[in-house]
Design a binder for this molecule. Sequence first.
Ligand SMILES: N[C@@H](CCC(=O)N[C@@H](CS)C(=O)NCC(=O)O)C(=O)O
Length: 209
Amino acid sequence: MAEQLTLHEDPRSGNCYKIKLTAALLDLPLATRQYDIMAGDTRTPEFLGKINSNGRIPVLEIRDGKNVRFLPESNAACWYLASDSDLIPQERYAQADMLRWMFFEQYNHEPNVATLRFWLTFVGEANLSDQQRAQVMAKRIAGCDALSVMNTELAKSDFLCGDKVTLADIALFAYTHVAGEGGFKLADYPELGPWIDRICSLPRFVPMT
Ligand SMILES: N[C@@H](CCC(=O)N[C@@H](CS)C(=O)NCC(=O)O)C(=O)O
């Protein structure tokens, strides 16, 4: 790629890590610019006006000469980096199946597993608002359901879409391997540990900082 790529990130975020892992596996150079989401760095007028009107990281900055574009949403950024690579299957059904897992990640997994990790590890249980506290049990149940679905499917194949790693695995690995930080017991899902080990063993794998 001729462009220069910069990830606007908070290193504690699994959504940002997905993009760093995708770039690393593909050996793509990726600069980073760091923000502290807990200090409101992504809610400034400058960030909202120029980088992401949705006030969130990750955002992939794609600079091609004078042309600069900002791409928010972790899975869209992973797709951008991985286009034409082996991380996206070419066959029509396989590609749609991979997208199915990426939508599952955003709807069933991340809002539960990642949110509980954020609340318990970074905000702290004692600092939760009453509204957040009231949601913990529902998010725990929904997060366990999502891990259970993955466990069922990973009993059938090494990776989520068959015998090769795809963006589906990267998207779901990001918050699954640190689900313990949200109070989830990974040992309850016996297929997840070996899957995590398979991803950690990939050439050029980088850990989450
Ligand atoms: N669906 C988005 C979620 C982005 C998101 O929730 N980002 C969080 C950090 S992981 C954030 O920037 N929070 C700061 C805020 O909401 O002010 C994605 O996959 O990129």
